[in-house]
Write a protein that binds this ligand. Structure first.
Ligand SMILES: Cc1ncc(COP(=O)(O)O)c(C=O)c1O
Length: 394
C-alpha cells in the first residue's frame, strides 16, 4: 500500500490546528441532561439541543426498554424491502395528528429527511429559492436535487419577492427556509414567505428542526406558531432535539408523503429508525400532548436568561427563541470566554468562522427545561464574572 496517498489529510488537520479551527469534542461521561459529567466534573450544560430535557426523561427511558421487549432492536433492512414495523407507522400517525398535518413519514435523522425531500420535489428543470443562512443539510439537499439555486438575503421577504418571478423560466419552484436559525435563534418570516409563494406559485418547505417541540401550541412547531396550516406544503423536523431521541420527520400534504415513500432516497436506500428510538419518540409525543408544562418552562428559562444577560450588558443579537447567542465578535475572545466558563463549571460552546461569519464569533447558549431557576442564576453569575474579567461588560 502506498503510504503517501493520505499525507494530505495530516497537512489539512495541522493547518486547521494552526488556525485554531480544529474541532475538539468533549467526552460526556453521564446521560445528556441539564448537568453533565466531563473530566469527572459536574458542569452546567448549555450546549445540547435537549430543549425539553427528554433525552434522559424516565418515561422516555422506560418506553425505549419496552419497545425493545416487544420488537427487538433493529428494523432489519430498508422498509420497502423488509416491510415496515407497525411501530414506525404508529409514530408517523401520532406525529401527523400532533402537528395537525395530513400525513407524516419518519427518517433516520433530520439531515436525511432534508436529503430525501428536496430532490424528491425538484430536479434539474426546476428552481429553488433558498435563504442564504439555511442549514448545511438543506444546502446539500439542494445540490443533490440539481435544481438551480437562487439565494435570497437572510429573512428578507422583499428580496425573495424580487427574485420569485424568475420561476417562470423553470418547470417548478420551491422556496425553502430554516424555521429557527440555529446560530442566531431568529425566526424565518414565514407569513411573508407564504404570501410570496402564493403570488408566484411556489411550493413552500420549512425545516423546523429547532421549532419542533419548541414553537407553537405545546410545541407543535413553526407552522402552528404562525397559524399557517395548509399554506406550508411540507415541514421537515428532527426528533433529535426537543423530542430527545434521534430521527427525522416530514409532515405535510399526503401527496408529498406518498411520493417520499416512492422516491425519498434515504427512505428507499437506508434502514429505518431503530425500535428503541421509535418507541421513545412515541412517548415524547405523548408527553407533549398531555401538557405544555415543559415547553412553558423552556420559554420561561430562556426569558430569564436573555433578560439577565441584557441587564448585565451582554449583546444577545436577534434571538427570539431559547437559542441565545452571546455576541463577542472576536474568535479568540470567544474561545477564551468558553474555556473560562468551563473552568467555572458552565459548558457553553464558542462558535466562530466558518459556522458564523468572520468577526461574528459568539458563545451559543442553548436553554432547556432541564435547568432549574437556580441553574440559570448560576449561569448568569458565571457569565458576569467571566465577562468582567475579559472586559466584555463592566
Ligand atoms: C436546521 C437543521 N436542520 C437539520 C438538522 C439535522 O438534524 P439531525 O441532527 O436530526 O440530523 C439540524 C441539526 O443540527 C438543524 O439545525
Amino acid at each position: 500500500m502506498q503510504t503517501g496517498l493520505l499525507s494530505w489529510i495530516d497537512d489539512e488537520l495541522a493547518n486547521l490546528e494552526s488556525q485554531g479551527l480544529l474541532t475538539n469534542i468533549r467526552t460526556i461521561e453521564s446521560p445528556m441532561d441539564g448537568w453533565v459529567t466531563i473530566d469527572d466534573r459536574r458542569v452546567l450544560n448549555f450546549c445540547a439541543n435537549n430543549y425539553l430535557g427528554l433525552a434522559n426523561h424516565p418515561r422516555i427511558r422506560a418506553a425505549a426498554k419496552q419497545g425493545i421487549e416487544k420488537y427487538g432492536v433493529g428494523p432489519g433492512a430498508v422498509r420497502t424491502i423488509a416491510g415496515t414495523m407497525s411501530l414506525h407507522l404508529e409514530l408517523e400517525e401520532r406525529l401527523a395528528a400532533f402537528k395537525g398535518t395530513e400525513a407524516c413519514i419518519s427518517f433516520q435523522s433530520g439531515f436525511s429527511a432534508n436529503l430525501a425531500t428536496v430532490p424528491a420535489l425538484v430536479g434539474k428543470e426546476d428552481v429553488i429559492f433558498s435563504d442564504e443562512l439555511n442549514h448545511a443539510s438543506i444546502i446539500d439537499a439542494c445540490r443533490l436535487s440539481r435544481a438551480t439555486v437562487i439565494r435570497y438575503a437572510h429573512g428578507d421577504v422583499d428580496d425573495l419577492r424580487a427574485k420569485a418571478p424568475q420561476v417562470k423560466d423553470y418547470r417548478r419552484g420551491l422556496v425553502v427556509t430554516d424555521g429557527v436559525f440555529s446560530m442566531d435563534g431568529d425566526l424565518a418570516p414565514l407569513e411573508g414567505i407564504c404570501d410570496v409563494a402564493e403570488e408566484s406559485g411556489l411550493l413552500v418547505m420549512v425545516d423546523d428542526a429547532h421549532g419542533e417541540g419548541v414553537l407553537g401550541r405545546g410545541g407543535r412547531g413553526i407552522v402552528d406558531h404562525f397559524g399557517l396550516h395548509g399554506l406550508v406544503h411540507v415541514e421537515v423536523g428532527t426528533l433529535s432535539k426537543a423530542f430527545g431521541v434521534v430521527g427525522g420527520l416530514v409532515a405535510g400534504r399526503k401527496e408529498i408523503v406518498a411520493w417520499l415513500r416512492q422516491r425519498g432516497r434515504p427512505f428507499l436506500f437506508s434502514s429505518a429508525m431503530t425500535v428503541p428510538d421509535v418507541a421513545a419518540c412515541i412517548e415524547s409525543v405523548s408527553i407533549l400532548e398531555e401538557s405544555s408544562e415543559l415547553v412553558d418552562r423552556l420559554w420561561a428559562n430562556a426569558e430569564v436568561f436573555r433578560q439577565g444577560m441584557n441587564d448585565l450588558g451582554f449583546d444577545t443579537g436577534n434571538s427570539e427563541t431559547p437559542i441565545v447567542p452571546v455576541m463577542l465578535g472576536d474568535a479568540v475572545l470567544a474561545q477564551r470566554f468558553s474555556r473560562m466558563l468551563f473552568e467555572e463549571g458552565v459548558f457553553a460552546m464558542a462558535i466562530g468562522y466558518p459556522t458564523v461569519p468572520a468577526g461574528a464569533a459568539r458563545i451559543r447558549v442553548m436553554n432547556s427545561a432541564a435547568h432549574s431557576t437556580a441553574d440559570i442564576e448560576q449561569a448568569l453569575t458565571t457569565f458576569e464574572h467571566v465577562g468582567r474579567d475579559l472586559e466584555v461588560v463592566r
